[in-house]
Design a binder for this molecule. Structure first.
Ligand code: XMP
Length: 308
C-alpha cells in the first residue's frame, strides 16, 4: 500500500461523499477508529462532529485518555456517558451472540439518536477487513459490521462511510504512523468494540466488569514488554474452590490470554516465562473473589482470540 496516496485518496473520497451534509464519527480509542477520526478530521475539519461513547465496558481511564489524545490533534470530542443503557441491554444475557447483538443494537440506536439531534447524515467508522470476514464467515458478529450482513444502517437513521474496510490491522498501523499518531496509539493492542463484555463469560454485570477491568490492567501492564498482539484477562462464569484466611472460598476464575498474530485471523499463544505468569497470578488473586488464575494455551483456531 502506498500510504501517502491512500491518505489523499481517502480524504478526497470522504470530502466528496459528505458534500454539504454533517458527518459524525464515533471514536473508541482503538487504532482503527483513531485513524478513521484523524482522516475524517483532515478531510472535514470543524464540520466533523466527534463523539466518544462511554459504554461502561472500557479499560480504566479510557474516556479521558482518548478525548485528551484527540484534542492534541485538534479534534474536540463530546463524551456521551451511556453505561446504564448498555448494562440494561446486557442484563440476563449469557449467550455470546445474544450479548453481541444487544451491544450492537444499543450502540447503533444511541448513535442514531445522536445523529438525529445533530442533524447529521453520515456515520464514519473504522471497520476493517478482518471484522467483515469474520462476521460474514459466521464466526461471530463483530459489533461494527452492518451492511455486509444485510443490516441497512438507515434502520438507525444514517448512511455509513468506512474508509478502512479494505485494510488489515498492519496497514492501519502504517496509516496511523503516517498520520503522526503517537506510538501508544499505532502500537496499541486491539480492543474489541463490545469491550470487556467480550471477556466475560456469562452475564455482564457491573461487579463482574469491575473485576475484569482490574485484572486487565494487571495483565496489560505485566505483558506489554513482550509486545504481544493482544494480552488481556477473561472472567469465567464458573466458580472454583479456593482457600482464603484458612477457610474454603468458592470464588472466581480468571484466565490470562496472550497471543501473537499479524492480522487477528489466526493467532498463536505467546511463550511467556512462568515467573511472569506467576507474578500476574499473585496480583490477580488479590482482587476480592478471585481464587484461581489460568493461562490459556489455545491458538486460533481452534479458539477465537476473545471469549465470546
Ligand atoms: P476473535 O475473538 O474473533 O477476534 O478471534 C479477532 C479480533 O477482532 C477483535 N474483535 C472485535 N473488534 N468489534 C471489534 O471492533 C467486535 O465485536 C470484535 N470482536 C472481536 C478481537 O479483539 C481480535 O483482535
Amino acid at each position: 500500500m502506498e500510504v501517502k496516496k491512500f491518505i489523499t485518496k481517502k480524504i478526497n473520497q470522504i470530502t466528496k461523499t459528505v458534500g454539504k451534509q454533517t458527518p459524525l464519527v464515533a471514536c473508541s480509542g482503538g487504532v482503527d477508529s483513531m485513524v478513521c477520526t484523524i482522516l475524517a478530521h483532515q478531510a472535514l475539519d470543524k464540520k466533523l462532529q466527534a463523539i466518544f461513547i462511554d459504554d461502561g465496558l472500557m479499560r480504566e481511564g479510557e474516556p479521558v485518555i482518548v478525548t485528551q489524545m484527540l484534542r492534541k490533534f485538534g479534534v474536540e470530542t463530546k463524551l456521551i456517558r451511556a453505561q446504564g443503557r448498555f448494562f440494561k441491554a446486557l442484563r440476563g444475557k449469557i449467550d455470546p451472540e445474544e450479548k453481541r447483538k444487544a451491544f450492537r443494537e444499543t450502540f447503533y440506536r444511541l448513535l442514531g439518536e445522536v445523529i438525529k439531534i445533530k442533524k447529521a447524515k453520515f456515520l464514519i467508522q473504522g471497520t476493517i477487513k478482518a471484522d467483515i470476514i469474520e462476521t460474514k464467515g459466521k464466526i461471530k458478529t463483530q459489533h461494527n459490521v452492518l451492511e455486509q450482513i444485510g443490516i441497512d444502517p438507515q434502520k438507525y437513521g444514517f448512511d455509513l462511510i468506512e474508509p478502512l474496510k479494505d485494510l488489515f490491522k498492519p496497514e492501519v498501523r502504517q496509516l496511523a504512523r503516517a498520520l503522526g499518531l503517537p506510538k501508544e496509539i499505532y502500537q496499541r493492542m486491539p480492543f474489541p468494540g463490545p469491550g470487556l463484555a467480550t471477556r466475560i463469560v456469562g452475564e455482564v454485570t457491573l461487579p463482574r466488569v469491575k473485576i475484569i477491568r482490574k485484572a486487565t490492567k494487571i495483565v496489560e501492564k505485566e505483558l506489554e514488554k513482550f509486545k504481544p498482539f493482544q494480552a488481556f484477562a477473561v472472567l469465567l462464569a464458573d466458580k472454583a474452590t479456593g482457600i482464603r484466611d484458612g477457610k474454603r472460598d468458592l470464588g472466581n476464575i480468571v484466565i490470562i490470554r496472550c497471543v501473537d498474530s499479524s492480522n487477528a485471523m489466526t493467532a498463536k499463544v505467546s511463550e511467556i516465562p512462568l515467573k511472569v505468569l506467576q507474578k500476574i497470578q499473585e496480583k490477580i488473586t488479590k482482587i476480592p473473589s478471585v481464587v484461581r488464575v489460568c493461562y490459556d494455551l489455545t491458538p486460533k483456531p481452534p479458539a477465537t482470540i476473545e471469549y465470546i
